[in-house]
Ligand binder design. Structure first.
Ligand code: KG4
Ligand code: ZN
Length: 335
């Protein structure tokens, strides 16, 4: 089956709408809210108001770019959660109204499952089982994938997410929010071994980044007391060393899990998968294990509706539909 699906993503601070024909993405419009920058983090109230303002325009743009009339759409996929309740509600309400008006089915999609499958949007003939490393601003998970819709979380962070660790470290370095991409940028000319920060010693497949954060904080406090210009003078080395600490921790855990579970490939997803060092190290890990490594192209790394529609088309094939009383979910739920 190759249905035309319109997908809506509004879980955090990106209003995104995509149109898919089967698994083929015809359009993927992402409107990233800028209003949060001055607050150093996403302000939920502002996020929902902004989604409300942009959703209709984003839908129109997605239909226009896909060169399709709304009457041709056969199902509406939407993000059920996890996410910010006010933000989710905008997408959920809009999806329900449009499905009702067009008299077509609704498909609810787990945002994390969409991230897990995002590396496969542009791939054919993928072999399972696989190990997926999901790294975003709110999540850090290792997921064992048995098949497209059959997966389980085998490890996750017990405190901060990897993206959060990047953003908090960037804040300490007085970089703007979200600081992850800026750390990546400044790290390019820095020495990753210039400074050593304590690494997480947590066992099994779980992660912890709060210790790294504290270690960076104490180190910077001490050094700036001795030299108030320490950060400015060492910005590139600091960024490279922080990035190295976070990335090596992620890669070590992924390697351990991939070896133990004997998977056929590894895949990377979530906003932090845009990090250049993580991308390079992940490809190297695949080479070392002698299995393919799949990483989404940049447009599918951060929040986007194409990945929601991609999961939607698998659910459509199985005729797994939602209903007008579906509720958004703030917290993580089973994949
Ligand atoms: O998946 P995402 O778009 O949003 C959710 O959290 O769901 O991820 C956003 C996170 C932010 O923490 C941001 O700083 C981080 O991804 N990020 C990066 C890079 N690009 C985005 N972190 C490090 N290096 C990057 N290049
Ligand atoms: Zn996300």
């Amino acid at each position: 089956m190759n249905p035309y699906i319109l997908a809506i993503e509004s879980s955090c601070d990106d209003t995104s709408v995509a149109v898919l024909h089967g698994n083929k993405v015809l359009s993927n419009i992402v409107y990233t809210q800028k209003i949060h920058e001055e607050f150093g983090g996403v302000v939920p109230e502002l996020a929902s108001r902004n989604h409300e303002q942009k959703i209709v325009l984003t839908v129109q743009k997605a239909l226009q770019e896909a060169q399709i009339n709304k009457k041709e759409i056969q199902a509406i996929a939407f993000t059920k959660g996890p996410g910010l309740i006010g933000s989710l509600l905008v997408g959920v309400c809009f999806a329900k109204s449009l499905a009702l008006a067009l008299n077509i089915p609704l498909i609810e999609v787990n945002h994390m499952q969409a991230h897990v499958l995002s590396p496969y949007i542009e791939q054919e003939n993928v072999e399972f089982p696989a190990l997926s490393l999901i790294v975003s601003g709110g999540h850090t998970q290792l997921v064992y994938i048995k098949d497209y819709l059959d997966m389980e979380i085998i490890g996750q962070t017990i405190d901060d997410a990897a993206g959060e660790a990047f953003d908090k470290a960037a804040k300490m370095l007085k970089l703007e929010y979200p600081g992850g991409p800026l750390i990546d940028k400044h790290a390019k000319n820095g020495n990753p071994k210039a400074f050593e920060f304590s690494k997480s010693k947590i066992a099994d497949y779980n992660f912890s980044f709060s210790g790294v954060k504290t270690s960076i904080l104490y180190f910077l406090q001490k050094q700036t007391q001795l030299n108030p210009n320490f950060i400015q003078e060492n910005l590139e080395d600091l960024c490279a060393s922080i990035q190295y600490t976070i990335v090596s921790n992620l890669i070590q855990k992924a390697e351990k899990a991939a070896k133990n579970l004997n998977v056929k490939h590894i895949s990377l997803a979530g906003g932090v998968s845009a990090n250049s060092s993580l991308r390079t190290e992940f490809v190297k890990l695949g080479e070392k294990l002698n299995i393919p490594s799949y990483i989404p192209s940049f447009q599918y790394c951060t929040d986007n509706a194409a990945m929601i529609g991609f999961v939607g088309h698998f659910l459509y094939d199985k005729q797994i539909f939602s209903h007008q009383e579906a509720e958004p979910l703030v917290k993580n739920y089973a994949l």
